[in-house]
Design a protein around this ligand. Structure first.
Ligand SMILES: Nc1nc2c(ncn2[C@@H]2O[C@H](COP(=O)(O)OP(=O)(O)OP(=O)(O)O)[C@@H](O)[C@H]2O)c(=O)[nH]1
Ligand SMILES: [Mg+2]
Length: 348
């Protein structure tokens, strides 16, 4: 889930409306699934004519505003802990008609203030763990290792450094994985810029990307303009967008940024009942892909029949693909590739 927050009056609700616009699956007013457009699933559906077509999706949730003027609600902190990606809408548009919580507009200041608050939360988690961990009781070597790492990290956090910018080995990071440290999570900045800045979108994104560094993505957009464009015919809207030198709407760029941050790729399952796109982390093997479909399928895994999307399309049918020897039988350790079509043979 991508959790989206912002300081008050930043245009967060306007951005959420854009992302959850028509056609997307709304769970509630401020939570929903964004369908990931993929022409491959359309083409596969034309071939298999399934009863059901299920594209991949990204879940997003509008969290409450992060209001620095009061104590930040613990429910908001919890929502952030439950997010796979933390997204922050920063106000960069300057319109005197809409007041802001600060007298001036300074998105870098706001991002820094927000991240500082997240660091404070992380410090609290680390301190608590060190405190309870050093009390009595015999500890497992795993616990000792965790506390050792946290003791090393704590003073660096206290210096104002983000967790993701601290140099830790992969083993150390794996050790801390279950803590949900906020500044270790992927971060997506949604910079809500004014129309006058739109033609500089790429330079602005570049500048903020340098500012943010590791494991982050930046998307600059004008929520207000895109809201207006959403009322127009698609061709006309595209034309206006391209007059600013932009090719894609915020929604498409948002999906790409999330895929990048989460390290996702897509594999497919096909058949008469359902053609479906599944997202999975890059570097996953066939067993993990099977588990993504159903835990029973992973448990009873025997073999996976695999063909790449392109090989299948070039062959025209599964039978022809078999004749050409393009349909392979793979074991659990097979590294799944983007676009693979999988059929898992299993036994339960
Ligand atoms: N000019 C301009 N105005 C915007 C833009 N985005 C939002 N607004 C306006 O700013 C005001 C606040 O927008 P919202 O989307 O309600 O902001 P919010 O962050 O959800 O605000 P709260 O829920 O009150 O914290 C509205 O009047 C919007 O029309 C923008 O990109 N440009
Ligand atoms: Mg709002």
């Amino acid at each position: 889930m991508v959790g989206i927050t912002a300081f008050p009056f930043s245009g967060k609700s306007t951005v959420i409306n854009l992302l959850l616009k028509r056609g997307n699956n709304l769970k509630s007013e401020n939570e929903g699934r964004i369908t990931v457009p993929d022409e491959r699933i359309e083409i596969l559906s034309k071939i298999f004519e399934p009863l059901k077509k299920t594209p991949a999706f990204i879940s997003i949730k509008e969290l409450s505003a992060f209001d620095m003027r009061k104590k930040v609600e613990s429910s908001l902190i919890n929502d952030l802990k439950n997010s796979d990606v933390i997204s922050f809408v920063a106000r960069s548009f300057d319109v005197s008609l809409y007041p802001y919580i600060y007298p001036d507009i300074d998105p870098k200041r706001d991002i820094r203030k927000f991240l500082d608050e997240l660091i404070i939360e992380d410090i609290a988690i680390a301190e608590k763990r060190i405190r309870t961990g050093t009390k009595g009781l015999k500890k497992s070597s795993q616990e000792e290792r965790e506390i050792e790492i946290l003791k090393k990290v704590l003073p660096i956090l206290e210096d104002g450094k983000l967790f993701r910018d601290i140099d830790l080995s992969d083993e150390d990071l794996a050790c801390l994985k279950h803590y949900a440290f906020l500044t270790l999570k992927p971060f997506l900045l949604l910079l809500n810029i004014g129309e006058e800045d739109l033609s500089n979108t790429l330079q602005i994104e570049d500048d903020f990307a340098k500012y943010l560094g590791n494991n982050t993505q930046v998307l600059a957009l004008s929520a207000k303009l895109e809201e207006e464009l959403s009322l127009l015919e698609i061709d006309e809207a595209r034309e206006i967008l391209s007059s600013y030198g932009l090719e894609n709407f915020g929604l498409a760029r948002f999906i790409r940024a999330c895929y990048d941050l989460l390290g996702y790729m897509t594999f497919f399952t096909v058949g008469k009942d359902e053609v479906r796109a599944w997202q999975i982390r890059k570097g996953s093997n066939a067993l993990e892909a099977a588990g993504r479909i159903h835990s029973d399928i992973a448990r009873g895994f025997i073999r996976a029949e695999v063909i790449s999307y392109q090989d299948f399309i070039d062959s025209g049918s599964m039978n022809e693909a078999k004749k050409r020897g393009l349909l392979r039988l793979e074991g659990k350790e097979y590294m799944v590739k983007d676009g693979d079509i999988l059929h898992v043979r299993f036994n339960i």
